[in-house]
Design a protein around this ligand. Structure first.
Ligand SMILES: NC(=O)c1ccc[n+]([C@@H]2O[C@H](COP(=O)([O-])OP(=O)(O)OC[C@H]3O[C@@H](n4cnc5c(N)ncnc54)[C@H](O)[C@@H]3O)[C@@H](O)[C@H]2O)c1
Length: 242
């Protein structure tokens, strides 16, 4: 399988890239951060781009298709951002940016992929990286903009799954709880007590690993689960079960 992973330069995205390589997939990455040492070490082709830049993403999709000689079969919309800002203090530009990266970006990437698959008469599969924050309001940090964006991504997942089902395109989402990455480390660095609070509220009493999320993404990509579409799989140590 040929897989494009957005935000694959670190954290959960990098674990998805490593897992895909380990099971024999070809992988290409679209990411924002300048640090691509890990991808270089893995020999994975990577494009630095913003997922909200539709013409650029379309160019990259064409480049990837040309360099592989065949189109990608799968897209993992993993790139995402957050901000720990109470809503009354949040500038609307920051709200718009979170929505753009977490919802419009996945939509842009998804429709470029889907249009290419439909044109070529090929099936395809998309996995969106949502969050438990799209299902419940996790505390104590104030992150309304993030929560709303991930809820939007979950409904985008379901809507696209239904709209594109007739084209043999599956669209699913993963909703992780707290996972140990640079993103969560930034929160903990700003407020060390927050990490303990998260563990106390998580029944399994630990953070997830990026590899545990990658396993579920890989399972959703597998054509053996071809009846699975429009689903959201929670991987959160039991957080949303209580
Ligand atoms: N870490 C967690 O606890 C957690 C929990 C639930 C959901 N998630 C979601 O999982 C995904 C990955 O999280 P992470 O913790 O690995 O994050 P991270 O900050 O460590 O990595 C984010 C990746 O996204 C890329 N990226 C960010 N903005 C981009 C943009 N505009 N265009 C292209 N690439 C962009 C970055 O380059 C990086 O590769 C995000 O969507 C996040 O919301 C994370």
């Amino acid at each position: 399988m040929r897989v494009v992973v957005t935000g694959g330069s670190r954290g959960i995205g990098l674990a998805i890239v490593e897992h895909c390589l380990a099971v024999g997939h070809r992988v290409a990455v679209i990411h924002r951060t300048v640090d691509r040492a890990a991808l270089r070490a893995l020999g994975v082709p990577a494009w630095e781009a913003d997922v909200t830049d539709e013409p650029r993403i379309a160019d990259i999709w064409r480049n990837v298709t040309e360099s592989w000689g065949e189109p990608p079969d799968a897209l993992v919309n993993n790139a995402g951002i957050t901000a720990d800002v109470p809503i009354l203090a949040m500038e609307l530009a920051a709200w718009d940016r979170i929505w753009a990266v977490n919802v419009t970006g996945p939509l842009i990437c998804a429709r470029i992929a889907a249009a290419a698959w439909i044109d070529a008469g090929r099936p395809g599969t998309i996995v969106n990286m949502a969050s438990m924050s799209g299902l419940i309001v996790n505390r104590p940090q104030a992150q309304t903009a993030y929560n709303v964006s991930k809820a939007g991504l979950i409904m985008l997942t379901k809507s696209l799954a239904v709209e594109w089902a007739e084209h043999r395109i599956r669209v699913n989402a993963v909703a992780p709880g707290y996972v140990a990455t640079d993103m969560t480390q930034t929160f903990v660095d700003q407020n060390p007590a927050i990490g303990e609070d998260w563990l106390r509220r998580t029944p399994i009493h630990r953070m997830g690993t990026p590899q545990e999320i990658a396993m579920v993404v890989s399972w959703l990509l597998d054509e053996n689960v071809g009846f699975l579409t429009g689903s959201v799989v929670s991987v959160d140590g039991g957080y949303t079960a209580i």
